[in-house]
Design a protein around this ligand. Sequence first.
Ligand code: ATP
Ligand code: MG
Length: 466
Amino acid sequence: MRPDTLPQQIDPPVLQLCQKLNEAGERAWVVGGCVRDLLRGMQVQDWDIATSATPQKVQQVFRRVIPTGIDHGTVTVLWKGEAYEVTTLRGDGVYSDGRRPDQVEFVEDIQLDLARRDFTVNAIAYDPLTAHLVDPFGGLEDMKRKLLRAVGEPSLRFQEDGLRILRGARFAATLEFELEEATEAAFRGALPVYRKVSPERVREEWLKAMKARAPSRAFEVMKRTGILEVTLPELLEQVGCEQNRWHAYDVWDHTMHVLDSSEGGAIERVAAVLHDIAKPRTRAHSDKTGDWTFYHHEKLGADMADRWLRDYRFSNSERELIVDMVRHHLVCYDSSWSDAAVRRFIKRVGQDRVEPLLRLAHADALGKGRDVREELAALEELRGRIDEAVAEGSALSTQDLVVNGKDVIAELQGGPGPVVGEVLRHLLERVLDDPSLNKREKLLPLVRELAPAFEARRNKNEPDVR
Ligand code: ATP
Ligand code: MG
C-alpha cells in the first residue's frame, strides 16, 4: 500500500474538477471506495467526489449537471466526457426504517461526512489539491492489517442500514479482508433490519460479491452470521449433507468449491451457487449401490432457483439462463455418444447455453475434490464435438430447418394451429438423426406424408368449433 503514490494516480479530469470547485471557493475530496481501491493499487472506475459546495452551487459551477439524487446532495457532473458523482458533505439524520436516512443534513466538515460511512477502509478522503489524506477512523491501518471494521459502534451503525452487513460479507470476499471481531459479532443483532432490505439491493450485492476471486468467502460469512438464513435458507440444508463416493466434500463444501472454480461471469456464478440447491431434499439411499442418490435434483433445483430468482428480482434473461443451467447441469457425456446424440444435446440445452453449461460442468467436476482428469478430458472432447456439429451447419433447432411454418401450413388442409409446430419439431427430430434430410425436396414430401396423421391428431385434440 503506497499512500505516497496517490498524487500520480488521480485522473487528470478528476483533479481539474476539484480545482474548478476550489476556484469557486469550495473544497473537494475524492472519497470512499475509490480511495480504498487506489491505496490497494487497483484501477478506479467510479470516482466519488465529496465537496463543501451545495448541490445548487455545483450546478452553477459546471455547465452539464444531472440532479441524480439531489435530495441526498448528489449530482452527476458530466465533465470531459465522463460522469462523476459529486456529493455535498453530509451527516445523516435518523434512520427510522433501517433503510434510508429520514433527513439529510449538509455539514461543513469532511470528518462528519466520513463518520456516516460504513467501514473504516471506506471512510478515507483525499484532497488532490493539497495531497492531504483524511483518515479519522484508522482506515489506513486497517487496510494494512486487512481488517474490515465498522466506523463507530458496529451495532448502532448496522441498525441504521441493514444492507451494511451484506456489504461487509461482500467486502470480506472482494477485498480478501477479515472481519474485525466486534464488527462481525454485531451482524446477528442486525438481522431484523437486514430483513427489511429490498431484494433489489440484495441482488446487487450478490452480483458484486461474485466478482471476488473466491466468492465463497462472502458465503462463509453469510453462513456463520445468519445472513444466509434470511436470504437463502435452502442453501444451509447442504451443510453436512454427505454425498456419494465420487465426492470428497459434503454438498455445501462442494458448492463453495464449484462457485470458486466457476470461470463464468457473475450470473453464471449465481448458477454455481444454485446448481445443487435441491440435493438435500432429494437425497435417498440406494439399496442397490449402497450409496446416496439425488434423483431429479436438477429438476426440483430448477424450480427452486426459479422461485428464488423471481423473489430477488433477477431479470427474465438472467433468470432463464440460471434456471436452464441448473436444469441441465448434469452432463453425462461419454465417447460412445453418436453424432446424432451430440446434436440432440445441443438441441435440448439450446446452442447459446452450451458454453455456460460446459463451464459449469467443468467447475462441478473440480468441486468433487477427487482426481477428475478423465471427466475433464471427456468434457473437452464433448466441446470439440459440439464445435464440429456447429461448424457442419447441421440444423440444431426448428429455425435451422430449410422449411418453415408457412411451408407446413401450405401442405396441411386445416390451416394454422399448434399442429404446425408439432410437424416442425418432428422434422427436426428426423434431421437431427440424418442431417442430409434438411433439403426442401426431401422435407416437403415428408410433410405431405405426415400430414394425414397430424391432421387426424388435430381433429382429435381440437374439436371443431365452427
Ligand atoms: P464498490 O463501488 O466496489 O461497490 P464502494 O465502497 O465504492 O464499493 P459504493 O456503493 O460505490 O461502494 O459507495 C461509495 C461509498 O459510499 C462507500 O465507499 C462508502 O463510504 C459509502 N457507502 C456506500 N453505501 C453505504 C452504506 N450502505 N452505508 C454507509 N456508507 C455507504
Ligand atoms: Mg464505488
